[in-house]
Design a protein around this ligand. Structure first.
Ligand code: F6R
Length: 264
């Protein structure tokens, strides 16, 4: 695991965008796994700027989003499709048919649909670079605590904590989704490279448990310890409970010298 300690959320977003942009330049037909949430807004903003000002070309990029709320239409302002359209897709040149986001309007045949989403990822050649955020309870995607670490794409009941966190994005009195379609932990562990971003004090406990705690279904991000190529991009607050920071800085210095392409 590579743990990159940055000062604040802007530096985290810029570093993430630098790695994604470098990966696109090296492999223009890259398959990206994308996430939504407040942490990602700065990253998408920077990618849009790189497209506009530095001609970063997304024309051969294929994307698969991690998750979508169940029970709201794509046109709903809080759907993850709307989020992606607003923050990224409207500003870059990814062809419409190269964009994949789980369908939150399903009302039946959930298993068949989720198997189809898994198959689409496989048929595209698998995900080269997966972007992840993390919930306060350590979830990645919507793999809430006690999700199977081998789980695949499926419907998932959201935890009370996640529903509360999501409530602030919905209008007062509006019903907040209770369930989502999410790719599984097993699905994410098959991606070739993972970038997990976390900023702010509210993520510090989940980050410490994910990086330095035991692998456990009670903190599903801890399963990333089993992945062969994961980079954590953290700001000072999110990293504040880590105990091995001098070592992470040493590893980062050596990585900059020996494998600079991992950071650009
Ligand atoms: C969203 C997703 C979630 C978020 C996580 C952090 O697609 O998969 O796991 O990444 O809930 O959200 P923020 O960034 O809003 O704190």
């Amino acid at each position: 695991m590579l743990v990159v300690l940055e000062r604040g959320k802007n530096e985290v977003a810029e570093q993430a965008a630098r790695i994604i942009a470098g990966s696109i330049r090296r492999n223009p037909a890259i398959r990206l796994g994308l996430a939504t949430g407040g942490t990602m807004i700065g990253v998408y903003h920077e990618l849009a700027r790189l497209h506009r000002e530095e001609h970063l070309d997304f024309s051969r990029v294929v994307t698969f989003n991690l998750d979508e709320y169940l029970g709201i239409p794509p046109s709903h302002p809080q759907s993850f499709r709307s989020f992606m359209q607003h923050h990224l897709f409207a500003h870059v040149n990814i062809p419409r048919n190269s964009i994949h986001i789980p369908d939150g309007t399903l009302t039946r045949d959930y298993d068949a649909y989720c198997e189809k989403y898994e198959r689409a990822i496989r048929d595209a050649g698998g995900i080269d670079l997966q972007l992840l955020g993390i919930g306060r309870n350590g979830h990645i995607g919507f793999n809430e605590p006690m999700s199977s670490l081998g789980s695949r794409t499926r419907t998932k009941e959201l935890s009370a904590e996640t529903i509360e966190d999501n409530r602030k994005s919905f209008a007062p009195g509006e019903e907040v989704p209770q369930c989502a379609v999410t790719v599984g932990i097993g699905t994410s562990l098959e991606t070739r490279r993972i970038l997990l971003l976390a900023t702010g004090q509210s993520k510090a406990d989940a980050i410490a448990k994910s990086i330095e705690g035991p692998v456990s279904a009670s903190v599903t991000a801890s399963a990333l310890q089993l992945h062969r190529d994961v980079t954590f991009l953290l700001d000072e607050e999110a990293a504040s409970l880590l105990t091995q920071k001098p070592y992470y800085r040493h590893v980062l210095d050596m990585t900059r010298k020996l494998m600079p392409e991992r950071l650009s």
